[in-house]
Design a protein around this ligand. Sequence first.
Ligand SMILES: *Cc1c(COP(=O)(O)O)cnc(C)c1O
Length: 393
Amino acid sequence: MASRFDWIQKELKNLNKNGLYNHIRTLDSPQGAWLVVDGKKVLNFCSNNYLGLANHPRLVEAAQKALGQYGVGPGAVRTIAGTMEIHHQLEKRVAAFKHSPAAISFQSGFTANLATIPALVGKEDVIFSDELNHASIIDGCRLSGARVLRYNHCDPLHLEQVIKENEDNYRRALIVTDGVFSMDGDIAPLDRLYEIAEGYDILLMVDDAHGEGVLGKGGRGIVDHFNLHGKVDIEVGTFSKAFGVVGGVVSGNADIVEWLTQRGRPFLFSSAVTPPDVAACIAAIDLLEESTELVDKLWSNGAYFKQELNTLGFDTGKSQTPITPVMLGEAQLAQDFSRLLFERGIFATSIGYPTVPQGKARIRVMISAAHSTADLDKGLEGFKAVGKELGVI
Ligand SMILES: *Cc1c(COP(=O)(O)O)cnc(C)c1O
């Protein structure tokens, strides 16, 4: 008998048939260079744990201490039950770390975007958005009700053309871009975007989720990388990637940060991250302020792995960061590649449509400071063997 869920079954079968179904592995270990997945020890090339902080003893200890001091939960949203001192501390520390006027924390990078974009622009406004922006930016743009005008990926000349075509046709405007594009590892030309934003008096927002803890001096992010301190209006960050914890943050212009305490809906209608999370984030900032060692290791690991893959004959796209895409084309090939790697004890997920365009499926290798050279060599051996087996190299 037909049921009202039949369409779901049909859609799921289609995903499976097209190699687009997300097969989610279950971990029996903390995050690190190695994982226990479905009972098997495998080399981890999947996580955004760039600096190996997700299970770092200093972060774990800070979280445990905060548990004792503040308990497990924040009680309610900050505007209603009051905000814990530790959340203020985190915000002050982030602002100082990034040499930014002010900062406000959120539950995640995703909610930081959903909070910020609709608070700044609405129906009478326009958003100039890089065509490859992250889903959370796209959703934030949709929620705002503003007219969204996409410009070609990382193309300031095209951005300027689109702005000119629409000049005098809006109340306010916002330029928004990812900092590091997560699927390709390329970096937004933020210096050029800043000049354009200044020239046309447009708000400028960068989502630096993959640049936080990676780019700039000691991981201070994309604004530091381009030396644009105090010039970029809004810098969104996440604590879930290089920082190894969870949570989001907006730093930048102090008026905007204050406005978000009044009009950022996820701030007003959703509780803050837990005190242990916040304490762990602060411990991560401590580590990054003490030494650039982890960030340096991340970059040297990334450079080594990419260079060796290229020598083997793989196409690693246009990455400028430790994110290493291995371009394969068809989604089915990428899935087969990932499965054969896994059989060899290497966990590297394939990524296909709709996360990347059709025909641009790939394995995305996420390099971490936690990897040793021996780990990277084991990975390269696996890529070589599977690449030959499938006729990629
Ligand atoms: C991962 C990512 C996010 C989401 O961050 P979470 O803290 O995991 O919600 C937002 N924006 C970009 C560009 C990302 O890569």
